[in-house]
Design a protein around this ligand. Structure first.
Ligand code: NAP
Ligand code: MG
Length: 395
């Protein structure tokens, strides 16, 4: 059989623990038999990050800038316990944080749906993708407590002052900021992703109460939509829809899904947990970083599944769900195919996704999904290898 050719390498970011093991299995069982896989490989495993003083993480992000598309395995973010476990010279920063700082952009999280896997809101028949603005607001806020009477003020760069509160007793204040440039990037990333995936884009803030802060978000989105995207959206038959956050929450619950929900930083933090829970499992959640300049980095939303890895090291067979990691690869391969005009590569990515979902729908799945499965067929628990082999058979 002729293998599918690639013209531009995919930037491959290997990672840690159980997901590192699954990574290799996916390549061996599902990709290499069908594709003449071209990747530029970066080993972000913690040992190599230590060895390169984390330079490998920076290099991998720059490679994504060069080639446009990357696929990343989950990685350990070191804490004190990991520093000891891996004998690290430094508590290296989160690789995702480093990469995000270099590429800029917005993280989109979307669930993988399979018939039989129970969705807690039965009307949500299509996925809901959360786009979370990952800069500013309360996450870089400044807070203070006072037990002194008196005036707390904001002083702006031009020297003008605004009174926050004239305290007559103890109390608290909070100040936060955002930047026009960051909000513009956020808007463009969301609008590009909506065009890419041909889904409507919803955005909501509390602009009726926050007449300067939240209103600025609303205005910037509207300006960018009118001046850069309106025609493209109309041509693609999709809609940009703005509403108040309260109204959005009510509409989302009553919706059928199938749209992107752009959220300010805090809303995205809270709502993505809600959406992930309704759709079932973190192991079925994909994640992609889209930069405003059009770079893409695909990954699974979950971590390195440490508990399973320790079992694996003890020689036990694991039933770790590889779905989100498979979909990171298919997302990246499909995007590479799209950018390079390689139809067969795009079709392969679609076929691999269908084969993976079908395997579950026919009742064969990893242990984490068994209790979520409701169907006429009796579900059977598979080990990671058995599950990957069952998918490979369908390709
Ligand atoms: P985690 O790896 O996502 O795992 C938490 C638990 O969720 C697992 O113990 C497992 O539950 C379940 N789970 C997650 N993914 C699964 C899968 N694919 N199949 C089956 N079950 C799955 O989170 P964590 O334990 O908090 O973090 C572990 C390491 O990952 C940490 O070092 C953290 O820094 C890193 N991390 C990396 C990323 C990233 O690279 N994007 C994201 C988050 C965390 P059971 O134990 O009940 O089976
Ligand atoms: Mg959260």
């Amino acid at each position: 059989m002729q293998k599918i050719k690639m013209t531009t390498p995919l930037v491959e970011l290997d990672g840690d623990e159980m997901t590192r093991i699954i990574w290799q299995k996916i390549k061996d069982k599902l990709l290499l038999p069908h594709i003449d896989l071209r990747t530029e490989y970066y080993d972000l495993g913690l040992e190599n990050r230590e060895k390169t003083k984390d330079q490998v993480t920076i290099d991998s992000a720059n490679a994504i800038k060069k080639y446009g598309v990357g696929v990343k395995c989950a990685t350990i973010t070191p804490n004190a316990q990991r520093v000891e476990e891996y004998n690290l010279s430094k508590m290296w920063k989160s690789p995702n944080g480093t990469i995000r700082a270099i590429l800029d952009g917005t993280v989109f999280r979307a669930p993988i749906l399979a018939r039989g896997i129970k969705v807690y809101i039965p009307t949500w028949t299509k996925p809901i993708t959360i786009a979370r603005h990952a800069y500013g607001d309360v996450y870089s806020g400044v807070e203070a407590y006072t037990n002194t009477q008196g005036k707390a003020e904001i002083i702006m760069p031009d020297g003008s002052k605004k009174t926050i509160c004239n305290f007559d007793g103890a109390g608290i204040v909070q100040a936060m900021h955002n930047k026009d440039e960051s909000i513009k990037s956020f808007a463009r990333s969301c609008m590009n992703y909506a065009l890419d995936t041909k889904q409507d884009l919803w955005f909501a803030t509390k602009d009726t109460i926050s007449k300067i802060y939240d209103h600025r978000f609303k205005d910037i989105f509207q300006e960018i939509y009118e001046s850069e995207y309106k025609e493209k959206f109309e041509k693609a038959g999709i809609e940009y829809f703005y509403t108040l956050i309260d109204d959005a929450v009510a509409r989302v619950v009553r919706s059928n899904g199938g749209f992107i929900w752009a959220c300010k930083n805090y809303d995205g933090d809270v709502m993505s947990d809600m959406v992930a829970t309704v759709f079932g499992s973190l192991a079925m959640m994909t994640s992609v970083l889209v930069s405003p300049k059009g770079y893409y980095e695909y990954e699974a939303a979950h971590g390195t599944v440490t508990r399973h890895y320790y079992n694996h090291l003890k020689g036990q067979v694991t039933s770790t769900n590889p779905m989100a990691t498979i979909f990171a690869w298919t997302g990246a391969l499909r995007k590479r195919g799209e950018l390079d005009g390689l139809k067969d590569l795009m079709e392969f990515a679609n076929k691999l996704e269908r084969a993976s979902v079908q395997t579950i729908e026919e009742g064969f799945m990893t242990k984490d999904l068994i209790s979520l499965f409701e169907s006429d067929v009796e579900p059977k628990a598979a080990t990671t290898d058995e599950f990957l082999d069952a998918i490979a058979k369908r390709l």
